[in-house]
Design a protein around this ligand. Structure first.
Ligand SMILES: [Fe+2]
Length: 464
């Protein structure tokens, strides 16, 4: 190795013992040459001796403080020889100042180089023992240095890693992203970039590396530190897969639950419907009254501006208004003639009985049905039954059902009376507004088409 190469390596703290000796020898030869030149060119006086600073610097670079002092001593001896050969110029002061200067300059330069070498050795120690992967790579795409953690992680020797483009080791799926990251650093002025990619190990498997990279534009090099995050990545993937599976299972269970809920809801609706039919069956085996009430009450509620949810609840609850008739005896319920006062009281009890049958439920439909059963024979002016409630003391749902129930009863024949005409029935409803019925509900009723209400016979068509 040439002395100049040794000098460069020395400055980079990478020179071997042999390199150091070569550099030190060069410094000694240079000092001897300068001394010989100073003797030969006597007319220049001691001017050439100032060039001894050069071998002093080389000696310091070769061996640090020891080299600097050794060259300082050598240069002092040479200066003394020159002083003797020139017959003691300026007495002892010249010699003392030159010896002192040589020793001080040698020690100073040696000290500076020594501290730099110490720092370089410390950095090299860290690099060698780092758990992180440290590398430099040229802008041409080759590693220029890798630390032991790099070779340890991937299983290749440093020579193998440095001899091929680093993209050869990158997972094919990550090559494009890696090229983009390199371009960002080398061409787009990005200062620091973090990214992940997979590197192939010597045994053919891949390791996930998390990089932090910085470009050195002057040296056209990338300085990179990486960490092996394969285990963390696997954990993340397992976690991701776990959450995906969990979400899928929750979605499946939710779907099953919704299906069961829908089935339960359908069963509940059917049960209520059949219950209402059971109550009506005894005096109207066509069940038509129940169906018509369901539709006309919904139309009235909608006309009154009730929210859709309330209308839907009313549609289900209204048909149960006469559920209490299950407790009324056939002789009273089906009697064609006038009822006695006891029979009237027995008949009127269907309101309280119905409310009792429906009470205590947490279902909003049944709670509403209870209010309707109890209040649908109450009158607006307080003369109704069973409790003689008046005005808005009567629940709105019961006031709505009252109008729909009476209109339907009037316009359809019963065992004890013929059907009224629509005009007669409407007139009767109007006449009873403010007495039996809530005027606001009667107004809403009048805004509807009474012929349509009276002709309700196909529930599904009307609701649609
Ligand atoms: Fe009733």
């Amino acid at each position: 190795m040439s002395p100049l190469r040794a000098l460069r390596l020395r400055l980079g703290s990478g020179a071997s013992k042999v390199d150091q000796r070569a550099l030190f020898g060069l410094a000694c030869l240079l000092a001897a040459g300068i001394f010989a030149l100073a003797l030969a060119l006597a007319e220049l006086g001691d001017a050439l001796l100032f060039l001894l600073a050069l071998p002093l610097a080389l000696g310091a670079m070769a061996s640090g403080l020891r080299g600097g002092i050794a060259l300082g001593l050598l240069c002092s001896v040479l200066a003394g020889a020159w002083w003797l050969e020139r017959a003691y110029p300026e007495d002892g002061a010249w010699l003392a100042s030159h010896v002192l200067a040589c020793l001080l300059v040698g020690a100073l330069l040696g000290g500076i180089v020594e501290s730099r070498l110490r720092l370089g050795r410390a950095l090299e120690h860290l690099r060698e023992h780092s758990l992180d992967l440290i590398a430099t790579a040229s802008f041409d795409g080759y590693f220029t240095s890798v630390n032991p953690a790099f070779t340890r992680t991937l299983g290749y020797s440093a020579e193998e890693l440095l001899s091929r483009p680093f993209l050869d080791f990158v997972h094919p799926d990550d090559v494009e992203a890696t090229l983009a990251a390199v371009a960002e650093l080398t061409q787009e002025g990005r200062d620091v970039l973090d990214f992940r990619n997979r590197y192939r190990t010597k045994d053919g498997s891949y390791r996930w590396l998390e990089w932090r990279t910085k470009p050195d534009l002057a040296a056209r090099e990338l300085i990179a530190v990486a960490r092996d995050v394969t285990d963390r990545k696997r954990l993340e993937e397992h976690e991701h897969a776990y959450y995906e599976r969990l979400e899928r299972e929750v979605a499946e269970r939710t779907s099953e639950l919704e299906l069961r809920n829908a089935e339960l809801e359908e069963a509940r609706r059917e049960l209520l419907h059949r219950l209402a039919l059971a109550a009506e069956y005894r005096d109207d085996d066509t069940f038509a009254h129940t169906e018509r009430i369901r539709v006309s009450v919904a139309l009235l509620a909608h006309e009154l501006g009730l929210p859709d949810e309330e209308v839907a609840l009313l549609r289900e609850a209204a048909p149960l208004h006469d559920i209490g008739k299950l407790g009324v005896s056939d002789t009273v319920l089906l009697k064609p003639g006038t009822l006695s006062s006891e029979e009237v009281a027995h008949m009127r009890a269907h309101t309280v009985l119905g409310a009792r049958l429906l009470s205590g439920s947490s279902s909003r439909v049944l709670q509403l049905a209870e209010e309707i059963a109890r209040g649908h024979h109450e009158w607006w002016d307080g003369s109704g039954y069973p409790h003689g409630l008046r005005g808005e003391e009567i629940p709105l749902c019961a006031r709505i059902v009252a109008v729909a129930d009476v209109f339907d009863a009037l316009t359809h024949a019963r065992p004890y009376k013929p059907a009224w005409s629509v005009e007669e029935a409407v007139a009767e409803i109007r006449r009873l507004s403010g007495r039996q019925f809530d005027p606001r509900v009667v107004d809403a009723f009048c805004r509807l088409d009474p012929y349509r209400l009276a002709a309700i016979d196909d529930v599904h068509k009307q609701v649609a």
